[in-house]
Design a binder for this molecule. Sequence first.
Ligand SMILES: *Cc1c(COP(=O)(O)O)cnc(C)c1O
Ligand code: SF4
Length: 349
Amino acid sequence: MTALPRRRAAVQTVAGLVADGLVQAEDAPVLERVAQDFRLRLTAPMRQAAGGSAAVARQFVPTAEELVSRPDDLFDPIGDDVHAPVPGLTHRYPDRVILHVTKTCEVYCRFCFRRETVGDTGHLPQDQLDAALDYIRRTPAIWEVILTGGDPLVLSARRIAALVAQLSAIAHVGVIRLHTRVPVVAPERITDDLVAALRQHPSVWVVVHTNHADELTPEARDALTRLADAGVPLLSQSVLLRGVNDTVEALEHLFRALIRLRVKPYYLHHCDLARGAGHFRTTIAEGQALMAALRGRLSGTCLPTYVLDIPGGHGKVPIGPDHLHRDGDGWRVTDPNGGQHRYHDPGQS
Ligand SMILES: *Cc1c(COP(=O)(O)O)cnc(C)c1O
Ligand code: SF4
């Protein structure tokens, strides 16, 4: 195998993808239309990885399939706008809020559930950020602040430091959580300054979005190790994606790699109803079969919860597979090999 040329810059144009050999020249006109609708960007490491991995390429390289809208597709698939007390803040559950600190990302994923709103618009304007912080300050029920976007770690270490300092001054904020793809797709951003900015608060958790082990380049592994060594607890979230990670082997490989890196798989999301992302969607039954096959085969530490974000802003729920069913006055339990067992609850009359 010949070595791929080393990519040092991000690619943001269809012409750039043609030059990289990631798309065919004759497909360029239709992909230009896609790129007008849904922004395009691969960081240097993902550009490099896409050249050697179809699973990486499929996540970031646009295709004509994105122009296909299906009747069930939604503009705001997870209902971010349903529970927005002030701009940039989503307050769906009493004890936690989501603060959309920016709409910019390092990469633009072709299946993004916020694809209608992400883009290079920069960080939340200062007056809106101040209003959001004010809301958090005067709402003592808020125990956890989740920073997302876009991707919160596209902000400078200085800006993150200021934000974490402001949140740390609010006594009822016990936990700050960041949902980010940066440690994987732009690992050079995980600097000592950034780690120090996060460490200002005693309980900052980082949830890394990653969908395939091929994304975990040596640089990404180093970035995750820097965070873990600094004492930042790490979780992961993945999206179940047709043609990317919808096999037992792909998921097994990913989850084992993450646990070795001290990242606990947290959620496996069923693919949301984002417009033009239908070709990425599996059925729920397929997702349940994958999770059932992984149970017993992998350490419990490796297994995330398979969840559905109920369209319309009604929240996330685990969607199985179910191992427990009512059976007369007791239960029928399915073991990891599919065997069925009766269980009688001694406390139940
Ligand atoms: C996913 C989500 C959260 C966080 O949910 P957890 O289950 O605690 O990870 C919070 N608010 C909103 C609006 C969400 O969509
Ligand atoms: S990094 Fe997250 S928010 Fe940004 S495009 Fe990908 S899925 Fe969407």
